[in-house]
Design a protein around this ligand. Structure first.
Ligand code: AMP
Ligand code: GLY
Length: 433
């Protein structure tokens, strides 16, 4: 089987790495990055242009295309492939609204009884200010831009002034462009957060374990939000009973509801959850795998993923299964100085081989490229160093030993990835905050 992985970050490196290690599988990744290019063929493509991706898949005689990031999904790459009779794993443009419009997602959840925070959708700023002023949701209150805002569209506002400022920035100053023309105002939920992943074929879902991301740039969850500074999997908050509950109360109703609404959902489904004292509630959906969550979840899969993705893309994965190893993975993101703001690129990276010589360690590349035969930085998040172990402590130790071998100018990373997991106990998993 010839597989095309669309994208060029750490998530796509993990997907390409997993699939390239399977029987009778040839992987092409586009656009890829310097790390991906070491093990599979890469090709240039504008991922935001569906017809360019289709042309590449035809040229490369691809049997299955797997999409990493949300942008091509929002642009309708899946609809284009299906229109041409080409096989692709991912949601249609209509189904991708679950991530690409928070107003769509909230209305969908309300209609289909999927547990989430109470909310109001507002198309006018005066209306939004009015909802905050009414005190309906108390404080803190959460203000969310409707559309894709590169992870910056959510403000948990401590008081009315902060909420009003968030509404002004989004709706009046349009700091996220049209993505902020509408907002969702919602109640602030309390509880630990975990991410849950499922592989969906339109009718049914295969659970793909859970993970916990570290979104803030600095240790102790301080500083601005990022795309994710590290993750571990599985999350001890999501034990077998909680997983069954999330499948029953969230994932299965989503699949039924999307089908009923005419947007059959095929693809990875990522549910960002808050485990409240009233059970798991959805904070957000993503219509793709997480980054860096994919880098810690995919290495845990025991057996082949390609045949499952192909069957799901065809609309029936019921004859397949996904099994998981019993150990854990921890991933530490190494970022450029200045991230999540503007960064300098083109800086040489040292020590990649030494890091990978540490047993049980993989270095996935996020933003790297080649310059005169050297691997150099090419983005905000540069690498994800992933290590496995029988315990979180062992995996954390290995991951940081590997991190210690790598250097580039201005390299920054969190020292506390996975630190809280050691203290998490079964209490959170049974639903108590
Ligand atoms: P998102 O960009 O939707 O993942 O939201 C970013 C972060 O905002 C989440 O990881 C939560 O920590 C927080 N958040 C979003 N919605 C809520 C909510 N209703 N209650 C409390 N925290 C929230
Ligand atoms: N790590 C969060 C995300 O992929 O959206």
């Amino acid at each position: 089987m010839r597989v095309l992985v669309v994208g060029g970050g750490g998530r796509e490196h993990a997907l390409a790495w997993k699939l390239a290690g399977e029987r009778n599988t040839d992987v092409v990744c586009a656009p890829g990055n310097a790390g991906i290019a070491r093990s599979v063929r890469t090709g240039a493509v504008d991922v935001a242009d569906p017809s360019a991706v289709v042309a590449l898949a035809r040229r490369e005689r691809i049997d299955l295309t797997v999409v990493g990031p949300e942008l091509p999904l929002d642009r309708g790459v899946v609809d284009c492939f299906r229109g041409e009779g080409l096989r692709i794993f991912g949601p249609s443009r209509g189904a991708a609204q679950l991530e690409c419009s928070k107003v769509f997602a909230k209305r969908f959840m309300a209609r289909h009884g999927v547990p989430t925070a109470r909310y109001r959708a507002c198309a006018r700023a005066d209306e939004a200010h009015g909802v905050v002023a009414s005190g309906e949701f108390g404080f803190p209150v959460v203000v969310k831009a409707d559309g894709l805002a590169a992870g910056k569209g959510v403000v948990v506002a401590a008081d009315r002034a902060e909420a009003d400022a968030a509404i002004r920035a989004s709706m009046e100053e349009r700091c996220f462009g049209d993505a902020g023309a509408r907002v969702v105002i919602e109640e602030c939920l309390v509880g630990p957060e975990a991410s849950f992943f499922a592989l969906c074929d339109g009718r049914a879902a295969i659970p793909l374990t859970s993970a916990q991301d570290h979104k803030r740039i600095f240790d102790g969850d301080r500083g601005p939000n990022t795309g994710g500074m590290g993750a571990f999997a599985p999350s001890p908050l999501v034990d077998a009973a909680m997983q069954a509950r999330v499948m029953r109360e969230i994932v299965e109703p989503v699949l039924r509801g999307m089908r009923a609404d005419g947007h059959e959902y095929r693809g990875f489904l990522y549910a960002g959850l808050m485990l409240t004292c009233n059970g798991p509630k959805v904070i957000e959906f993503n219509v793709r795998f997480g980054d860096p969550e994919a880098q810690v979840v995919l290495p845990l899969i025991d057996g082949e993923l390609g045949p499952v993705l192909a069957a799901a893309a065809d609309g029936d994965a019921s004859g397949t299964t996904v099994a998981f190893k019993n150990d854990v993975r921890v991933g530490v993101v190494l970022a450029s100085a200045g991230y999540p703001g503007a960064v300098k690129t083109g800086l040489p990276i040292e020590g990649l081989e030494a890091a990978e010589r540490i047993a049980g360690t993989i270095v996935f590349h996020s933003g790297t490229s080649m310059k005169e035969d050297r691997v150099v930085t090419a983005g905000g998040r540069v690498l994800t160093v992933v290590a496995g172990g029988a315990s979180y402590g062992e995996a954390i130790d290995r991951a940081y030993r590997a991190v210690g071998k790598i250097r580039f100018d201005g390299m920054q990373y969190r020292r506390d990835i996975g630190a809280t997991v050691v203290n998490q106990n079964a209490q959170g998993a049974s639903g108590s905050p």
